[in-house]
Design a binder for this molecule. Structure first.
Ligand SMILES: Nc1ncnc2c1ncn2[C@@H]1O[C@H](COP(=O)(O)OP(=O)(O)OP(=O)(O)O)[C@@H](O)[C@H]1O
Ligand SMILES: [Mg+2]
Length: 480
């Protein structure tokens, strides 16, 4: 649910529930009063009560507005009495505590009771006169001769328990209580769905700002908050990736520096040794001097290759080299690769062949030059690590539904099964290779970078001492 909907719903519930509860409670109140306590809570009863009250107060205000002098006028007194007779009321007019008009036989004590009751600040001013209950209203009078008096208005009351007033108080009470209760409950729900997830997010963001990127941001709460959490989670992942990429670059740099210094130091030491030999006159014959200098040259050349490889690897690792992808016929391309390496391989008595299991011509998008470097490095490895009399390298081309798979298999010395995938790590060289063959251990690391730059995969399968297969897969592209 989104916050807007939740707010509308929450506000509606806050209003509707108290109304419904109040209505039900009012009905229950009326039901309990009328059936259990036998109170007449009918509307007619209320109307009758109100009619009496209105007539009484009407008459009272008529008296008030009237000149007090008229109160001594019997015609006016009769008029007032008639007005009250609608409700079976009675009228008593007092002047200086002396009754000057009465419509009812009433004693002094009852008159006093009426006057006293009128002063009481209660809702129901009821006086019992001759076993009958009367509602009493008293209007103060001031006669022309400055004499004070009162007009006592009486109206017979009946069994009316003032239920309406109680009902109104009850309704207001119930409404207020349920309104406050529902409000508290809805606020609690609101806080649970909005404030709680927000505070969790705040804590998570706090962790991020302190550099702790390991904790996943949990998506909870309403839609907007879930979206916000999702965005923060994306940000956290990106930040984490950026941090680990930076760490990778730092490690890479440290590794490169230490490897460069290590791998360059060995040839440099021998170069120094040979040059010193020439300078010290150890190479005392022209032949010896030439041999020394040739060794120096080849060592320097090896260093040059290594530095170039390092630079290439570094650039690939930082994705600084753009690829020039071209749509290429695979079979043509590998025939060309074979053609390029056949002569060199023949020198080492190694045969290279192509087995094509592709159904018809297939195309892939490759950077021909870079991929050539990969293939030639793999073929060169097969040559370098060949221990059989009759060397054989086979390039197998096959396909699955979605990819083209190139397998370059040799029958060389093979690699340890456990090391099969380590060979793609930079500077990794098996112990035998380290001591015997030339190289820096960057060839396959560069190959991996280039293949991954093609969105492809490269992996190795060891056939133990029978040889090694290096496999490359590329996604198919539509033919045409
Ligand atoms: N066909 C193979 N047969 C046996 N071992 C292999 C083969 N290909 C690679 N290796 C092992 O994997 C290691 C890494 O190969 P990689 O091509 O990366 O480096 P390299 O050949 O030693 O040096 P570089 O290619 O940089 O001159 C090699 O040193 C070797 O131990
Ligand atoms: Mg190599």
């Amino acid at each position: 649910m989104n916050i807007k909907k939740r707010l509308i719903l929450s506000n509606t519930i806050t209003i509707v529930i108290p109304f419904v509860v109040t209505i039900i409670a009012s009905f229950l109140f009326v039901f309990v009063c009328s059936t259990i306590f036998n109170k007449d809570v009918s509307y007619d009863n209320f109307k009758k009560f109100m009619f009496i009250k209105t007539e009484l107060s009407n008459t009272k205000s008529t008296i008030w507005k009237q000149n007090s002098e008229d109160m001594e006028d019997p015609v006016y007194q009769k008029y007032l009495y008639q007005k009250l007779s609608n409700i079976d009321g009675e009228l008593i007019i007092l002047k200086n505590n002396t009754v000057i008009f009465t419509s009812k036989d009433i004693n002094k004590i009852d008159i006093e009771k009426c006057l006293l009751e009128s002063k009481v600040k209660s809702q129901r001013k009821v006086v019992e006169i001759d076993t009958l209950d009367y509602i009493v209203e008293v209007a103060p009078l001031r006669f022309k001769d400055e004499a004070l008096g009162s007009a006592i208005l009486l109206a017979p009351t009946f069994e009316y328990a003032g239920i309406l007033e109680k009902l109104i108080i009850f309704i207001i009470g119930v409404f207020l209580i349920t309104f406050i209760g529902v409000n508290i409950f809805m606020s609690y729900l609101f806080s649970k769905r909005i404030i709680k997830p927000l505070s969790l997010l705040k804590a998570a963001v706090g962790d991020i700002s302190k550099g702790d990127l390991s904790l996943e941001i949990i998506e909870a709460g309403d839609q907007e908050i879930v979206d916000l959490c999702a965005d923060f989670e994306k940000m956290r992942i990106q930040l984490k990736d950026a941090v680990s990429l930076k760490k990778k670059y730092d490690d890479n740099r440290t590794m490169l520096v230490s490897s460069i210094s290590h791998d360059l130091k060995t040839p440099l030491t021998s170069i120094k040794g040979y040059v010193k030999g020439v300078l010290d006159g150890v190479a005392n014959t022209p032949e010896k001097a030439e041999r020394y200098l040739k060794t120096v040259y080849s060592k320097a050349e090896g260093m040059d290759v290594m530095i170039n490889d390092l630079l290439l690897y570094s650039k690939l690792d930082l994705s600084q080299l753009p690829f020039n992808f071209e749509k290429t016929d695979i079979i043509d391309y590998f025939n060309y690769c074979i053609h390029e390496s056949t002569i060199e391989l023949e020198k080492f008595n190694i045969k290279i062949s192509l087995i094509n299991d592709l159904k018809g011509s297939k195309y892939i998008k490759i950077d021909r030059e870079r991929l050539m470097r990969v293939i030639l490095n793999i073929i060169d490895n097969a040559r370098k690590y060949m221990d059989k009399e009759k060397g054989e390298i086979t390039i197998l081309l096959r396909e699955t539904n979605s990819s083209i798979i190139i397998e370059i298999r040799d029958n060389g010395c093979g690699i340890d099964n456990n090391d099969a995938n380590k060979i793609f790590d930079r500077f990794y060289r098996a112990d035998s290779a380290r001591s015997e063959a030339k190289g820096s251990g960057l060839g396959l690391a560069i190959a991996k970078q280039i293949v991954e730059g093609h969105k492809g995969k490269i992996w190795a399968i060891s056939h133990e001492s029978k040889g090694t297969s290096i496999l490359i897969s590329f996604g198919k592209i539509s033919e045409g």
